[in-house]
Design a protein around this ligand. Structure first.
Ligand code: EPZ
Length: 435
């Protein structure tokens, strides 16, 4: 169990580089398990969830070579089991993509229920209903026994699937299963996140026929072979980039964030402009700064599937709202219970009242250093941001949760002037992890 110690109230300034997207690479690694030959994946972030996924893939029989600098050679040709029952399957959410990948490869898949951050009910019914439409059995909730999913299909066939809730995970999983199915699959009301487009681009570069990723309707014509043999570079992480934009903002600093896709940042950029920040941007960078005399305007955020404001930046943006002059509202529309971090922020001085799915945020406050817990990955990122803005010292317990999704966060923050380090302090009574 690791902790971070931050000495806050230092303006961040300088340049920081964004790593490959966690949620894209996790889908791509699962997709690589369906290939008929090897491939090379570049810009893979060095984060805990990726290491877990790589370890799971190795236990399936995939050969994985770390070539350094975020480049991995992956050869899935010797995968010899349809059972993903490595204990780490239960630690990460994205292990659910192995259902689609193994179902494609073996026409059957056995897997523990996936884990991941805990913010309320996280069903996978849409994934299973989609597999059922494609011919799989074992897809009913009552078929899941002892936390193990067992699905099997005589044949995977193309299907017309309407998702009644926009789901990132279901969209990617069904896209995987459809890639080598017999015939055409149409996924309607599909999620449009950048990582969905990235997984589709990866698969297309390996021989798949997927059209419409990034729109509401994805059409996948099944192909018999996914030859592999190519290199693919993962897109930059939209959420990591947003977290550094907010880090610059909450410290009233001046930071240029490189290797991002400005288009992906628009839902945040537009709000930061509204609040009074200066945003400059080029092809692959954004600079965030603020004039000394500017009082930040309050505003309202509503989390929505892409291109709406991402729920994965909600806790971080709430920290920003604490610094605005007046009442702001943060509406959480994706997850039932993603305000668990609010009491932690309150212990640092935040004035926030949660009413159902809305956090009413009163500002401006001056955060003060405190001992807080990273209750999940993005909640942990929010604690880091509050600690950077706070007067005094903040200790963040269970910071290992932050390492799930942020590559070299201490190094990157120190590079732009933060005083942050690993701390030996730990809470004695904390013994559990996420899952
Ligand atoms: C992905 O989770 C991300 N995880 C999450 O990021 C992110 O918060 C989420 O998408 C929304 O953007 C990964 O990509 C690994 P969903 P996922 O299926 O796929 C409901 C982070 O911090 N739903 O899009 O699990 C569900 O309850 C993580 O990096 C169903 O009802 O999310 C939710 O309300 C945390 N039935 C909504 O859809 C289903 O079968 C969106 O969930 C599936 C989902």
């Amino acid at each position: 169990m690791s902790s971070y110690r931050i000495v806050g109230a230092k303006r961040l300034h300088g340049d920081v580089n964004i790593s490959g997207s966690k949620n894209a690479v996790l889908g791509i690694l699962a997709a690589a398990m369906m290939l008929d030959g090897p491939c090379k994946i570049e810009n893979v972030p060095d984060i805990v969830d990726v290491h877990a996924m790589l370890e799971i893939c190795e236990t399936l029989g995939a050969k994985i070579k770390n070539c350094g600098d975020g480049v991995y050679e992956i050869d899935p040709t010797n995968i010899n089991t349809f059972e993903a029952t490595h204990p780490k399957v239960k630690n990460i959410r994205a292990s659910y993509y192995l259902l689609g990948a193994l179902l494609t490869r073996f026409k059957k898949a056995t897997m523990y229920m996936p884990g991941g951050c805990n913010f309320g009910n996280r069903p996978i019914d849409l994934h299973l209903k989609g597999f059922q439409k494609m011919g799989a059995k074992g897809t009913k909730a009552t078929d899941i026994r002892d936390g193990i999913i067992r699905i099997v299909a005589d044949e995977l066939r193309g299907a017309h699937i309407f998702l009644d809730v926009v789901s990132v995970g279901a969209t990617i999983n069904l896209m995987l299963a459809a890639t080598k199915a017999n015939g055409m699959t149409i996924i309607e009301n599909a999620a449009k996140e950048p990582h969905i487009v990235d997984v589709a681009n990866f698969l297309n570069s390996m021989g798949a026929n997927i059209k419409g990723a990034g729109t509401d309707t994805i059409r996948i014509k099944g192909v018999p072979v996914l030859a592999g043999g190519f290199s693919y570079s993962v897109i930059p992480d939209q959420i990591e980039a947003g977290t550094y934009m907010i880090a610059a903002a909450v410290t009233r600093g001046d930071v240029t964030i490189h290797n991002l896709i400005p288009k992906h940042m628009e839902p945040l950029t537009v709000k930061m402009l509204e609040m009074g920040f200066n945003i400059e941007q080029g092809d692959d960078w954004i600079r965030v700064s603020v004039d000394d005399d500017v009082e930040l305007e309050p505003t309202n955020f509503k989390t929505r599937p892409y291109p709406g404001f991402p729920t994965d930046l909600q806790p971080q943006a709430t920290v920003l709202l604490c610094l605005a002059n007046g009442m702001s509202r943060m509406h959480e529309n994706v997850w039932d219970n993603r305000f668990q971090y609010v009491p932690e922020l309150q212990s640092m001085g935040a004035s926030i009242q949660v009413v159902d799915k809305v956090a009413l945020v009163n500002g401006p406050v001056k955060f003060c250093g405190a001992s807080v817990t990273a209750l999940d990955l993005r909640a942990g990122a929010a604690m880091v941001l509050a600690g950077l803005a706070a007067d005094g010292v903040t200790t963040i317990y269970q910071a290992n949760r932050i390492d799930r999704g942020y590559e070299k966060i201490l190094e990157k923050l120190r590079g732009i002037g933060a005083e942050i380090e690993h701390s030996d302090e730990d809470m004695e009574h904390v013994t559990v992890d996420d899952e």
